[in-house]
Design a protein around this ligand. Structure first.
Ligand code: 5GP
Ligand code: ZN
Length: 140
């Protein structure tokens, strides 16, 4: 439990949720303000703010659960696809600073957008700039 974290309170049972999956490390429950039928949040039970804060075994557990849940959620609401992602850090739009993946079921003609819509003004990068960024990320 971390301070007054809403998701820690859900893990602790102090705030009710519609739980769809639980194991020792991971909890998944319906988003209270769903973007679509079946909108599900998948969280580590331990309070960690951002994805890069997870230790490797916790990261493995949450990704294994996520992997299993995507098809299950889609099937349960008869979705045609889903967007899967997380807001990582305040600048990205993360409102609750406890790591959580969103599984947002998608339906043909639902009027939503692809995940590409999350970015701000797109930079115009030439190949040299792309190469320099790739080197920085790769640590070359
Ligand atoms: P974020 O913007 O941090 O990525 O998303 C937070 C999500 O948590 C939002 O989609 C919001 O609807 C959901 N949420 C906020 N408070 C609660 C709550 O008390 N219960 C549940 N189930 N979802 C919540
Ligand atoms: Zn928390």
């Amino acid at each position: 439990m971390s301070g007054d974290c809403i998701f820690c309170s859900i893990v602790d049972g102090e705030i009710p949720s519609h739980t769809v999956y639980e194991d020792d490390d991971v909890l998944a429950f319906l988003d209270a303000n769903p973007l679509a039928r079946g909108h599900t949040l998948v969280i580590p039970k331990a309070h960690q703010s951002q994805l890069q804060d997870l230790d490797p075994s916790l990261a493995a557990s949450i990704h294994e659960a996520l992997f299993d849940l995507v098809g299950t959620v889609e099937g349960a609401v008869d979705a045609d696809g889903s967007n899967v992602g997380l807001n990582n850090g305040e600048a990205s739009g993360q409102e609750i600073p406890h790591v959580h993946y969103h599984i947002v079921p998608r339906f043909e003609g639902d009027g939503g957008s692809p995940i590409h819509a999350v970015g701000g003004a797109a930079p115009d990068l030439d190949d040299d700039e792309l190469a320099a960024i790739a080197d920085d990320i790769a640590g070359d």
